[in-house]
Design a protein. Structure first.
Length: 174
């Protein structure tokens, strides 16, 4: 049988919480170090060949923000074709107008072809924007949807693979 506790003996001691605290502190330090290593690129960062390619492109382009070959803005292989600004009367009860201007991002090899087809591009964009209803223009996400639709129409007119993107410079209703 178990003997009753005598006056000279003490109750069993509780386990110390020191190992749990040390483990928690180490976990936080190691987690923070891992985050910093990944965030700064020490782990899974850019490889050496990519860094050398960036240095070569910078040296070739005349600096980070300098003129870069045919691209113009430090982007080799990109040219921009500016479209003339348009003022389009919208079809609603109020006499409202839309001021629109854009640029087409093209490969330098196709820049002359796209420049030659600029009147057709302007006609397609003008016809499309006149057909757009006012409620579609007032929607906050309308610009992204309209941009995608206009880009598709421009690509059809100019030809596949010649226009990479449509950059909207001005889109103002008054």
């Amino acid at each position: 049988m178990a003997e009753p506790a005598t006056e000279g003996e003490e109750a069993p001691k509780k386990k110390s919480k020191l190992p749990i605290l040390i483990g928690l502190v180490l976990m936080l330090l190691l987690g923070g170090g891992a985050f910093y290593a990944m965030y700064s690129g020490l782990i899974f960062g850019s490889s050496e060949p990519a860094a050398e390619g960036e240095a070569a492109a910078t040296a070739e382009g005349g600096g980070e923000h300098g003129e870069g070959g045919e691209g113009g803005a430090g982007l080799p292989g990109v040219a921009f074709v500016a479209l003339d600004p348009m003022v389009i009367s919208l079809n609603d009860a109020k006499a409202r107008h839309l001021r629109f201007s854009a640029q087409l991002e093209v490969a330098p090899a196709h820049q002359a072809e796209v420049e030659a087809l600029k009147p057709r591009v302007m006609d397609v964009l003008n016809g499309f924007l006149r057909a757009v209803e006012m409620k579609d223009l007032e929607d906050p996400s309308a610009l992204l949807r309209l941009r995608a639709q206009m880009l598709r129409r421009v690509q059809i007119v100019v030809g596949e693979g010649k226009v990479n993107d449509l950059l909207i410079v001005e889109f103002v209703m008054n």
